[in-house]
Each structure stands twice: as C-alpha cells, then as structure tokens.
Design a protein around this ligand. Structure first.
Ligand code: ATP
Ligand code: MN
Length: 457
C-alpha cells in the first residue's frame, strides 16, 4: 500500500503543500459544526497527525471512530493553529478496519496495570509506543557500540547441558511425556531427547568465553531464561541479555567497557529519541533527562564491596535485611548506595567469593573475587560482570568447594589448559537498561509479552 510514514511527514518539509497519503489508527475523533478532526498514528512517531475534514465533502465522518484503521489522502499544510506543525486537509478517507464500541483503549487514561491485561493492544498507547521505540534504539546502539570496536557478534546456544549459575533457576528442556515409564532420574534423562538432562541457558557466558579465547573480543545478544520464582518489578523468566567477553582483559578493563557502553547507549537515545525522552520526563520521571545527562557526562563511582558494607552499616536506615561483611547486597542496599549516597551509577567491586560464581577470578586476599555489579538509581543492578579465573588449579579448587561436577565443564576447563589468558566480561539485561532510560518502574512494561512466575500469555 503506497503511503508515507507519519514520522516522515513531520520531518520532511518539502512535502508541505503536496498531496500525501498516510495510513494509521484513529486515536481521537472530534466533531464540530462544519469540520471534523482526527488524530491518527501509524506507530512510526510518538506525535499524532491531525487530519482535518470539511463536512461538506463526500467523506462520511460517522464511520470514523477511535481505534479504526484508515487510509487518508489529502494536502499537507502548516497547522491552522500556529504550532509550527503540519496537518492534512483530507480529500479522501478509506476505512480499512472498523472498530466496535467496546475498544478497550478509548478511555483517556488507562493504568499500566490495566494495560498489562491487554498485551495485544497496549502498544497503541503513547507510553508503549515510546517504550518500544527506545528499546529498539537501545538494541541498535548496543550492536553499533560493539561492532565499532571490533567485537564479533556470537550466538551462543539456548539449550544447554551445563548450568552456568543456579540449578534452581534453570528451566528443564524435555520431550518426555507426563506418563513416562521410568523409575529413576537417571533412567528418565537417559531416555530423553539428548540422552541427558538439558535446560534453557541462564547465560551465554561459558560459551562466550570459548569464542573470546579465539576471536579476542565477542558479544552475545539474545534471550536468557531464568525460573526466577519471585515476583519483583525487575525480574523476568525470559529476558534479553547482552554479554561481551574479552580476552586479555582484567577487571578495570571490564569496568571501563561497561561504563563506555552505558554512556554510548544513553547518548544515542538522546540523539535519536528526544521526543520520547521529553514524554518520559513529563509523565514518568521528573528529572529524567538531567539524570541521563549526568550519566553521559560524569565518571561512574567505583566502590569496593568492603567499603559498601561499611557505608551501609553506618547508614541511619532500618534495612529489612541486616548487613554484615559476607552478605549479598539486597535491592534495598543497592538502591541506598546508588540513590542516597552517590546519586549516580556505582560499580561495586571485589565481592566475597562465597556469594559469587565459581568462575570469578580469586583475588590475592583469599577472600574476595574480581567481580563487579553496576548499580543505578531507580533500578539497582543492571550489569553483573567479572574477570574470570584463568588459573586451572584455582578454578578446579573453586568448583570442588562449590560441589560442582567437573565432568560437565570439560570444554570450559580446556580453555585454561590450552593457552589460558586473563579475560573477563559482563552481562547486561536489556530490559533493565530500558527501564533506567525510560523511567518505567516495572520490567513487565518494557517487554512485549512478559514471562513471569504463573503468567504465560
Ligand atoms: P539480580 O541480582 O538482579 O537477580 P543477577 O545477579 O542474578 O541479578 P546476573 O547473573 O549478574 O544477574 O546477570 C547479569 C544481568 O542480567 C543482571 O545485571 C541484570 O541486568 C540481568 N538480569 C538477571 N536476571 C534477570 C531477570 N530475571 N530478569 C531480567 N534481567 C535479569
Ligand atoms: Mn549479578
């Protein structure tokens, strides 16, 4: 169907005073004595296009209701009210799809909770229109950032036989039916599709390391699955995960890469989505643009875990979870540090080894590992990363300490046997950074179909 995007209509001033054809869904329809007005939107732009209809014309305005899809032909003119914008004086309107009166989006303002019950329609609202354009620009910025730095884009497997981080969080993959005849777990898996226990990957890191130890600098960007059995505003069972992995890199290099990436993403959104940022500033987070400008311009804080614990212990706050050296930081602690103390993104580094994964590089103090989490105001953790343990003996010892099966990790261990090298990387949750940039406070509102415990629509 030949037509012009509404985004293009607003951008291209040479279209003024020419005949144009646009398509879209009617957001509002207004009627006065001699004229009728439609606001239409085709999804390419947050701003709607006004269509002006002379009621003396052939056009049947009675059929044009909110939710209908239409094709409009007319002359593009400067807006009658002097806004610097444009509108269409319609010469012909074709009703492409009617929309009955029970259209759920007719109310002027629907809550986000209500809209979550309408995943099939909510993208037609301004809020979701803006969220998903920003999400797309963030994704593209991530690729551009890594591609421009000679990183190779790698697709790691989604079905895995090993379990990178927590067994409890892994979804099982099986073709065995409910009514299986097996008598033991062993027998069950031996007769399953792969002949062994399989699951959906909770991280592409282990395979990412395989690629990095040959290609030097790689990144993955794909879905990750975690059976998070908790209902929080920042956890999904299926999320999009960006995982760079770099050979010949130590923890400070990992931190620098993460900081550069976040700044690059923020700058790109400033450049490509100014209207959307204005929208989020106005309706979702006062001070959003100032916050993001600060992110782009200031140096992120780097804070030792041990120091973070001292700060938390001396804080004049009643935390639900008490703080002691050795404990994992809870969201309330993370948010206190980044929101109250530093008021900007903070890398917490060198966590106790007991609370972190087996593959993290063990520091000389014998107590901590070279890990880092990036905490940001409003969300908490958006990035988790580390330098990896490159020493075979230390790695084996850590796996033994954690009671892991060495057998399942032969590929991973081989990287330490054949030309081992310092290397590291991190994981960024795409939805977490989209939340941070848009000011949306629930992760369910930044992904098309959120998968959470007990919820699969
Ligand atoms: P959290 O402490 O928030 O549960 P984590 O420490 O389990 O996160 P990592 O294993 O370090 O997370 O994963 C790297 C990144 O992936 C996190 O920093 C976060 O941005 C994102 N992430 C992790 N789990 C989820 C999830 N369930 N839903 C959405 N994003 C997630
Ligand atoms: Mn983490």
């Amino acid at each position: 169907m030949k037509h012009i995007d509404i985004a293009e209509i607003f951008k291209n001033s040479s279209l003024i005073n020419t005949t144009v054809t646009v398509c879209g869904w009617i957001r509002t329809a207004r009627d006065s004595k001699n004229m009728a007005f439609l606001e239409i939107n085709d999804g390419t732009s947050l701003k709607h296009l006004q269509v002006v209809i002379d009621k003396a014309s052939e056009i049947n305005v009675a059929n044009l209701k909110s939710g209908c899809s239409v094709k409009v032909e007319g002359i593009l003119v400067p807006a009658a009210v002097n806004t610097g914008s444009v509108e269409i004086n319609a010469t012909q309107i074709t009703l492409l799809g009617d929309c009955p009166g029970d259209y759920p989006l007719q109310k002027k303002k629907s809550t986000l909770e209500f809209l979550r019950t309408l995943p099939e329609l909510r993208l037609r609202t301004n809020t979701f229109n803006a969220v998903f354009r920003v999400r797309s620009v963030v994704s593209s910025a991530i690729h551009n950032f890594f591609q421009s730095r000679n990183f190779v884009y790698i697709n790691t497997p989604l079905i895995t036989g090993s379990d990178c981080e927590g067994a409890g969080e892994m979804f099982r993959v099986t073709t065995n039916g409910y009514d299986h005849p097996y008598h033991s777990e062993e027998e069950y898996y031996a007769n399953d599709f792969f002949g062994k226990k399989a699951g959906l990957s909770v991280s592409g890191q282990l395979e990412g390391e395989v690629a990095a130890m040959a290609m030097g600098k790689i990144y993955t960007f794909g879905p990750t699955f975690r059976a998070e059995n908790s209902n929080t505003p920042r956890h999904l069972a299926e999320f999009w995960h960006v995982e760079p992995e770099v050979a010949f890199a130590e923890l400070p290099d990992v931190i620098e890469l993460a900081e550069d990436m976040v700044k690059y993403i923020v700058n790109t959104v400033f450049e490509k989505c100014p209207t959307e940022l204005d929208f989020f500033e106005r309706f979702f987070e006062k001070g959003l643009k100032e916050k993001l400008k600060n992110v782009a311009e200031s140096k992120f804080e780097v804070l030792e875990y041990t120091r973070a614990i001292e700060i938390l212990k001396s804080a004049d706050v009643d935390f639900k979870y008490p703080v002691e050296w050795g404990c994992d930081l809870q969201t309330e602690h993370e948010r206190y540090i980044t929101e109250q103390v530093f008021k900007k993104p903070v890398f917490v580094t060198n966590y106790p080894k007991a609370i972190k994964s087996f593959y993290m590089k063990q520091n000389a103090d014998g107590k901590t590992v070279a890990a880092t989490d990036l905490l940001v105001p409003g969300v908490g953790e958006i990035i988790g990363g580390s330098e990896r343990e490159a020493n075979m003996d230390k790695l084996l010892k850590a796996m033994e300490d954690k009671g892991m099966s060495i057998d399942a990790y032969q590929d991973y261990l081989a990287l330490r046997k054949y030309g081992t090298a310092p290397h590291g990387g991190f994981g960024l949750g795409l939805e977490r950074i989209v939340m941070y940039i848009t000011g949306m406070s629930n992760i369910r509102d930044v992904i098309l179909y959120p998968r959470t415990v007990g919820n699969l629509r």
